[in-house]
Each structure stands twice: as structure tokens, then as C-alpha cells.
Ligand binder design. Structure first.
Ligand code: ADP
Ligand code: MG
Length: 333
């Protein structure tokens, strides 16, 4: 591990002076302004060693995640995306490099980093509502408040008619919505999503992306979103980090300047998507399962540089255009 003088390792998670509630870890970082660095990942390097082989999965990966942004990490299968996310979640120790949030070094799992898993990881014997309430139960939130908050998020993901259903009665898309509601209801300081829509059919996937967009428009969230779809990344993100093939290192970071909700059929959306895909295809890095890649020869200097000096995208509160949707944001704080 790199030197970390002066940085606290995982300590008491809830310092009394912070007066935060165990079910709102975003409040731990309330003094960090919107748009400032909330999480800093420095020189991440991960080597998997077995008796026979060594695989370098991640090399020199550094990224500052800003408070309130959705940053997606895009790269081909096997390039090291899950490895990066597992390090951030504290589930895997990097070979070297550090992950810090505020003045805390993240070396173990913590409830300030909420995870949405690709395989849902729900409790099959509990109902939808009981799954969403689980974290609040552990944190000791009173029953009435728990139920009210759970129902707000269950509505936000469109499952209000299934609140009492058992998990086995749900489709894959519905299960994933439960997983998202369960993570978001806890207000983790950072939500980690590992290809959460990867297993869904195209139509359900689009619906889920739209629902997540609505949540983003009404609720300040910091999200690290892993995907191998350029289309999904451009639809959802404030910034898109494009990785190279394994060992993954950052090829380029693109600021996405458009307000939400986005129109994936708009000329500028299709053009940027095509530019990125053409580049990636040219590099033999990846293709996009969400659509057809233009076969024409990529031009030199694909124009991705034009985003270099853009102003930062506007904050989410400014971009919210529809106030008619039920806001899942906490009202009591
Ligand atoms: P991605 O999520 O981008 O598909 P992963 O982070 O899962 O990629 O894996 C990156 C590389 O590390 C792959 O080549 C994979 O085979 C290898 N890898 C992942 N986990 C392990 C492990 N536990 N032991 C050895 N190699 C691993
Ligand atoms: Mg993966």
C-alpha cells in the first residue's frame, strides 16, 4: 500500500460530533460541497496471484469522484471493472494504491459505500418491502419511518403494487429494482453499481435507465456505475471513464454536457456514441451490445477532445425539469 501518513484508516464510522444517523451516511460528508471531490482513488494496482500465474487486472487507475455526480466506468469484459469496484467497496485489498473518502482511508466495507449487485443478492424469504427495510432495521430506524421511507423508494422504482410480493414472484428487472431501492433508501455517501442492468432485456433495461434518471433528477446522489454499454453510460452519466483492455488503465474521461432526461435519438447523442464506439472498435477495445457500430473508417482525431475544456455539467438540482414525479428524496432532513 502507498504511504498514507495522516489519513485515518477505517475508524469509528459515526463520529459523535457529526451527529449523523447510521442510516444516512451521506451526512458524514455533508461539509464537502457539491461538485468537490468526495472519493479519491489513487494509483490503484491489482495483481491476482495463483500458484501458476499472475494476472495484472488493474494498473495505475486514479480517479477523483465528485460529490453529486454519476460517473460511469466503461470497458470491455474482463478488463478489470469489477475488480476496481470491489476495491472501492472494501471487499478486495488492492496490491497497491489508496481509496480515500474525506479523511478516511477505505480498506474495509463500510455503509458509506452502498452496493447494487448484478445478481441482486436479495433475501428470498422476505417480501419486497422487507428487503428494502432491511438496512434501516439494522440501523434501528423506527418502524413507522422505515415503512414510509421504504414505500417512497418502492414507488420511485415503480413497484408499489408488489410491495408485499415475495422475491421469487418477481422478474429479473423487478428484482434489480428492489436492489436499487434497498441501496438508495439508505442514502449511502457513494452508491456502487456493477452492471446492474446487464442481465436485463433491452426494453426493461431502457425502463430501468429512465427510472434511475428520474431518481437522479430529484435526489442528490454520488454513483459509480459500471457498464460495458457506451449507450447506457452516455444516457446516465455526468462523466464517462473509458478503460483500456486489461490491465485496465484510463484511456479517456468524457464530460457529458447534456441535461437529463436525455434523448438517445438526438443527433448529438448518436454522434458522440458513434465517435466513442468507432474509436474503441479501431483500438480493438470493445463494441457496444446496445446497437450497431458504424463500419466506416474512423477519422483521425475523433473529436472526443472537444469535451476537454467544457464547463462542468450543471448540478442536478438545476437540471431537474419535471417536478411532477414523486420525489424519493428524504423530506425530514
Ligand atoms: P470485468 O468486471 O471488467 O469483466 P474483472 O474485474 O472481473 O473484469 O476481471 C479482470 C481480470 O482479472 C480478468 O482477466 C479476470 O479473469 C481476472 N480475475 C478476476 N478475479 C480473479 C480472481 N479472483 N483470481 C484470478 N483472476 C481474477
Ligand atoms: Mg465485471
Amino acid at each position: 500500500m502507498a504511504a498514507n501518513d495522516g489519513i485515518k484508516t477505517e475508524g469509528p464510522r459515526y463520529r459523535s460530533r457529526d451527529r449523523v444517523r447510521a442510516d444516512r451516511t451521506d451526512l458524514l460528508y455533508k461539509d464537502i460541497p457539491e461538485g468537490e471531490t468526495l472519493m479519491s482513488i489513487k494509483d490503484l494496482h491489482v495483481v491476482y496471484k495463483t500458484d501458476e500465474s499472475e494476472t495484472t487486472a488493474v494498473e495505475n487507475f486514479s480517479l477523483d469522484v465528485k460529490k453529486g455526480e454519476l460517473v460511469s466506468i466503461v470497458g470491455p469484459s474482463g478488463c478489470g471493472k469489477t475488480t476496481i469496484l470491489r476495491c472501492i467497496a472494501g471487499l478486495l485489498q488492492p496490491t497497491s494504491g489508496t481509496i480515500t473518502m474525506g479523511d478516511k482511508l477505505c480498506t474495509a466495507p463500510g455503509s458509506d459505500r452502498g452496493m447494487v449487485f448484478q445478481d441482486f443478492a436479495l433475501f428470498p424469504w422476505r417480501s419486497v418491502k422487507q428487503n428494502v427495510e432491511f438496512g434501516m432495521e439494522v440501523a434501528g430506524v423506527p418502524k413507522a419511518e422505515r415503512e414510509e421511507r421504504a414505500m417512497r423508494y418502492i414507488k420511485a422504482v415503480g413497484l408499489e403494487n408488489f410491495a408485499d410480493s415475495r422475491i421469487h414472484e418477481l422478474s429479473g428487472g423487478m428484482k434489480q429494482r428492489v436492489g436499487i431501492a434497498r441501496a438508495l433508501v439508505m442514502h449511502p455517501a457513494v452508491t456502487l453499481m456493477d452492471e446492474p442492468f446487464g442481465a436485463l432485456d433491452a426494453q426493461t433495461r431502457n425502463i430501468m435507465q429512465e427510472q434511475l434518471t428520474r431518481i437522479l433528477m430529484h435526489s442528490e446522489r454520488t454513483i459509480i456505475f459500471i457498464t460495458h454499454s457506451v449507450d447506457e453510460a452516455l444516457f446516465l452519466s455526468d462523466r464517462v471513464v473509458i478503460l483500456t483492455k486489461r490491465p485496465s488503465t484510463i484511456y479517456k474521461v468524457i464530460d457529458v454536457p447534456w441535461e437529463r432526461p436525455r434523448d438517445r435519438a438526438s443527433p448529438e447523442f448518436t454522434k458522440l456514441r458513434r465517435d466513442i464506439l468507432e474509436y474503441l472498435e479501431d483500438q480493438n477495445v470493445m463494441s457496444d451490445d446496445a446497437g450497431v457500430v458504424s463500419r466506416k473508417k474512423p477519422k483521425k482525431g475523433l473529436g472526443l477532445d472537444r469535451f476537454k475544456n467544457r464547463e462542468e455539467p450543471k448540478g442536478r438540482s438545476e437540471t431537474a425539469t419535471s417536478a411532477t414525479e414523486q420525489s424519493p428524496e428524504e423530506k425530514q432532513n
